[in-house]
Design a protein around this ligand. Sequence first.
Ligand SMILES: [Zn+2]
Length: 105
Amino acid sequence: MYFEISESDLKREKEAARALRKSRWWQNKIASGVCYYCNGPVTAKTATMDHILPVSRGGRSVAGNVVVACKPCNTAKKDQLTSEWEEFLEKSRTVTPNTTSSDKT
Ligand SMILES: [Zn+2]
């Protein structure tokens, strides 16, 4: 499925995102201090707003579709759908060392 996003839709969603950024809801999200994708730490300065379904793919700037993301994640994700992006994340997650592992050779 493909969405055609008109200039006015894009503008409207950007406006909505801006308004959402000022909301208490968003401030609380940032205060939680973790990136939605990598669970890495974010601060009020480094937190970015990410659309789970990108606006360019028909996503809306609403509470259910925006999450706190750190800058590296936001930059890496760009216009990918979360499902596509998950694959990427999964790969990066599996390299996390498991301290309980004992399979030394
Ligand atoms: Zn992140």
